[in-house]
Design a protein around this ligand. Structure first.
Ligand code: HMG
Ligand code: MG
Length: 310
C-alpha cells in the first residue's frame, strides 16, 4: 500500500467552519479572520471559512456574511462555505464568495437531524441549487456525511454512498468529500469505501473528511491516499465536530496530517511550523486544550526546554 502513495496531496482546511461550529466559545469576526490569515500564512489555499445555514441551527457562524465580505483576497487562495438551500446560496453570492459546499447524509436519520430533510429531499434541493450556483460562476463542493457509520442507524450501505456521490457529480460538484462524521472508520473499511466510490468517479473528484473520535483518522487518511484520493480535509488543532451527530469530535488535525505527509515525502506545500503557530492561536482563541498531537508535542517540548534553560 505504501508504494501507492502519491507524490503530492491537497489539504482542505475546515477548522474555521467545522471546528468552530461546535465550540462553546463564540469567536468574533476579527478573531476568525486572524485564524484564517494564520492558516493562509502556513500555505493553505483551500479553506472553509463559515456556513450560510440557519443561525438558529448554528449560532456560532451566524455572521459568516460579514466575515466573508472582510476576507482579504490572497493570490491562489479559495475560500468556501456551506450552503444548505437557496437562501444560503443567495447569502454566499451577496458576500462575494467564489466557492460553496453542499452537504447531505447517507442515512435518513442523520439527514433529518442535520438539515431537516430526507435524503431524496436533499438531493432534489441540490439538483436545482448546484447548476444554479455553477451558472453564477461558483465552484461547488459536495459532502456526504456518516459514510463510515451513523450515530442513529449504525452501518450505512456503501452502495447508497456511491449513488449519492455519483448524483452530486452529475449535478456539477467538482469534488465529493466523504465524511466519517463520528470517527468510527478503520482502514480496511476505508479501503472498501474509497475503492467503491473510486470505481465510479475519478480519484481527483474524491476527498475524505475524517473525524478523529477514536484515533483512526490518520490511518484512514493514509489508506485513502494509497487508493488514489487526492484531497484530505483537516482542521487546525483538530477542532471540530457536528452538533447534530452526538459524540462526534474533532477532525483530523491539519498539523498531524502534514507531519505524516512530510515524513513520507508527500508534498503538500504547507509549512509545519506555521501550521503549529496557527494551531497555537486556535487553542488560545477557543480557550481549551486542542487534541492535535503535533501541537501538544511541540508545546510540551518548548515547555521542557524553557524549564531546563531556566
Ligand atoms: P428548517 O428549519 O427546516 O428550514 O431548517 P426552513 O426552510 O423551514 O426555515 C426555517 C427558518 O430558518 C426560517 O427563518 C428561514 O428563514 C431560516 P424564520 O422564518 O423561522 O425566522 N433559514 C435560514 N436562515 C439563514 N440562512 C439559511 C437559512 N435557511 C433557512 N440558509 C436548514 C433547514 C437546512 C436551514 C437547517 O436545518 C440548517 O441550517 N441546518 C444546518 C445544520 C448544520 O450546519 N450542521 C453542521 C454542518 S454539516 C457537518 O458538520 C458535516 C460535515 O462536516 C461533513 C461530515 O463531517 O460528515 C459537512
Ligand atoms: Mg465534519
Amino acid at each position: 500500500m505504501l508504494e501507492g502513495l502519491p507524490g503530492r496531496a491537497s489539504v482542505y482546511e475546515v477548522g474555521p467552519r467545522d471546528g468552530l461550529q461546535n465550540e462553546a466559545a463564540r469567536l468574533s469576526i476579527d478573531q476568525r479572520l486572524e485564524l484564517l490569515a494564520a492558516l493562509c500564512d502556513a500555505g493553505l489555499t483551500r479553506l472553509e471559512a463559515g456556513s450560510f445555514v440557519s443561525p438558529k441551527w448554528i449560532p456560532q457562524l451566524a455572521d459568516t456574511d460579514e466575515l466573508v465580505r472582510r476576507l482579504p483576497a490572497r493570490p491562489g487562495v479559495v475560500y468556501s462555505a456551506l450552503v444548505p438551500n437557496d437562501q444560503g446560496l443567495e447569502r454566499a453570492v451577496a458576500s462575494g464568495l467564489r466557492e460553496v459546499a453542499v452537504f447531505l447524509s447517507a442515512s435518513e436519520s442523520h439527514s433529518k437531524k442535520n438539515i431537516n430533510k430526507s435524503i431524496a429531499e436533499a438531493l432534489a434541493t441540490f439538483e436545482a441549487l448546484v447548476p444554479k450556483a455553477v451558472g453564477k460562476g461558483l465552484r461547488v463542493r459536495g459532502y456526504v456525511s456518516v459514510v463510515w457509520g451513523c450515530p442513529y442507524e449504525g452501518r450505512v450501505p456503501v452502495e447508497r454512498v456511491v449513488e449519492i456521490a455519483e448524483a452530486l457529480v452529475r449535478m456539477g460538484v467538482y469534488e465529493v468529500s466523504l465524511g466519517d462524521t463520528i470517527g468510527v472508520g478503520t482502514p480496511r473499511q476505508t479501503e472498501a469505501i474509497v475503492r467503491a466510490v473510486g470505481a465510479k468517479l475519478p480519484p481527483s473528484k474524491v476527498a475524505v473528511h475524517l473525524h478523529d473520535t477514536r484515533g483512526t483518522a490518520l490511518a484512514n487518511a493514509l489508506v485513502a491516499l494509497g487508493n488514489g484520493v487526492g484531497t484530505i480535509d483537516a482542521s487546525v488543532g483538530g477542532l471540530g465536530g457536528c452538533p447534530y451527530a452526538p459524540g462526534a469530535s474533532g477532525n483530523l488535525a491539519t498539523e498531524d496530517l502534514v507531519y505524516l505527509l512530510d515524513g513520507m515525502g508527500v508534498e503538500s506545500q504547507l509549512s509545519l511550523p506555521k501550521l503549529v503557530a496557527a494551531a497555537e492561536l486556535a487553542q488560545r482563541l477557543v480557550g481549551r486544550k486542542l487534541p492535535s498531537k503535533v501541537l501538544q508535542a511541540e508545546l510540551g517540548a518548548r515547555e521542557r526546554a524553557s524549564r531546563e534553560g531556566a
